[in-house]
Design a protein around this ligand. Structure first.
Ligand SMILES: [Fe+2]
Length: 456
């Protein structure tokens, strides 16, 4: 958690004391320890390995379902004791202070939710057929209080431990959150309310299958959670693969560093503007990142040549879309992105390469990429010219609209640019001496086509 401010420490202290004082008041007589121990063990299991969906984002665990079931089965004090089992979670990482805060927060949330359940007319004990539907309103009220208290306390600690320059990675890994920004609260609220319903299911099933109820309800949840974790891992592997290939291209062709990323962003802007559906937007994001991966198959001395190219050299550059396809063809998740990579230098008038496709023969991804690619090239610094202003680049896109570019995608890009703006790359940090050795030409710039030496 790092060094905390006095206010943050005071806040954590107040939460801990409040939880301890409320629970210490009892009553402890007549508590159903069977429920408390079984559900407490569930909390330990849930808290021992919260699933992190993405690095630095949210993670979740179904422990709130166990706590809400305990509200019905064991009342406010019993539920708070179930919350206290959070302290025994086996997950490595949380510091003692984080653990203390998480535990106090869970105890307080469960206790106050239990009080709300009673205040709204709920009865503690095993629900049966006659308990429904009367139990639903008090249970829903308890679930709302539970979520509100947890998220309120969590938002407070995140705010007090936030770091100005980064997401609050030093914040306690409270509840189902690891370094989560408050902006994610909405999604967490929804998922927690969803888990609350499982709490009622556990309580209701207990009268039929006894202590197996939590297993029966939560095993499918754990399986689903495992599947989500696998998916998150897979996404991470995809990102790493694409990132490594981009890095390789940009190492080889220094002057285009950041270009892949910006083409990817521009392509996504167009895709969203024309209403492309989610999976295709994701695919075009990859296509943007990898559109020039074929440069890995072009000799470095050709990519970095300052003078006119020989016909062979020009042919080598023109081969890069095919080379790109060869390199990434076997990467299954790229799917439609492959067509974009292969054809991103085709022109609407049929005078592009490598196939000379025209109009709608050119895959949609390739037509989108072509616009973003040219725009980023024009608005980036090249050794033979400075970055051109955005307005000038838009004018250039319009000029070539209908011959080089698909007019619909030029329009979509311009509309998205006007709304969202464009973050231009930082100017080059190369020394002036280096500039002469870096690529003097740009195969993406419509205003500066490659120069080929006359071989005759
Ligand atoms: Fe290219």
């Amino acid at each position: 958690m790092g060094k905390l401010s006095r206010v943050a420490l005071l806040y954590i202290g107040v939460v801990a004391v409040a939880a301890a004082v409320l629970v210490a008041r009892g009553p402890f007589t007549g508590l159903s320890w069977q429920y408390i121990v079984v559900l407490g063990v569930l909390v330990i299991v849930s808290e021992s390995r919260a699933t992190q969906l993405r690095q630095g984002q949210l993670s979740w665990s179904p422990s709130s379902a166990a706590m809400l079931a305990s509200i019905v089965l064991a009342g406010p004090v019993g539920a708070a004791l179930v919350g206290a089992f959070t302290a025994l979670g086996l997950r490595r990482g949380p510091s003692p202070l984080q653990r203390a805060f998480n535990t106090s927060m869970h105890m307080l949330g469960a206790y106050l939710a239990g009080r709300a359940f009673l205040a709204l007319g709920g009865h503690v004990g095993l629900p049966d057929e006659k308990s429904f539907p009367a139990i639903i309103a008090p249970f829903a009220g308890a679930a709302l209080i539970h979520v509100a208290v947890n998220h309120g306390l969590l938002s407070g600690v995140l705010w007090l431990t936030r770091r100005p320059e980064r997401t609050p990675s030093g914040a306690p890994e409270g509840h189902r959150v690891q370094g989560v920004g408050v902006g994610l609260t909405g999604r967490l609220l929804l998922s927690d309310l969803g888990y609350a319903a499982y709490g009622l299911m556990i309580a209701a099933l207990w009268s039929v299958v006894g202590a197996f109820a939590p297993l029966l309800v939560l095993i499918p949840l754990f399986v689903a959670r495992w599947a989500v974790a696998q998916f998150a891992e897979q996404q991470k592997a995809y990102e790493a693969t694409v990132g490594a290939l981009c890095q390789a291209v940009e190492t080889k062709d220094f002057y285009t560093r950041g270009h892949s990323d910006r083409v990817s962003r521009g392509s996504v802007m167009i895709a969203r503007e024309i209403g492309m559906r989610g999976e295709r937007v994701e695919a075009i994001r990859y296509a943007g990142m990898l559109h020039d991966v074929g440069k890995l198959g072009v000799p470095t001395k050709v990519l970095q040549k300052t003078g006119k190219l020989t016909e062979e050299e020009y042919a080598a550059i023109q081969l890069h879309p095919m080379r790109g396809l060869d390199i990434v063809r076997e990467i299954g998740f790229l799917d439609e992105a492959l067509a974009g990579i292969m054809h991103h230098h085709e022109r609407i008038d049929g005078r592009g390469y490598p196939m000379g496709l025209a109009g709608d023969e050119i895959p949609e991804f390739a037509r989108v990429l072509a616009v973003a690619d040219a725009f980023d090239s024009m608005t980036s610094t090249r050794s033979y010219r400075g970055a051109r202003p955005v307005d000038e680049a838009i004018e250039e896109l319009r000029k070539w609209s209908g011959t080089q570019f698909d007019p619909a995608f030029v329009d979509a890009f311009v509309a998205a640019l006007k709304r969202e703006g464009w973050q231009r790359p930082e100017p080059s940090v190369l020394a002036a001496d280096d500039l002469a050795t870096i690529a003097a030409q740009d195969h993406d710039d419509p205003g500066a086509p490659l120069r080929v030496a006359d071989s005759r």
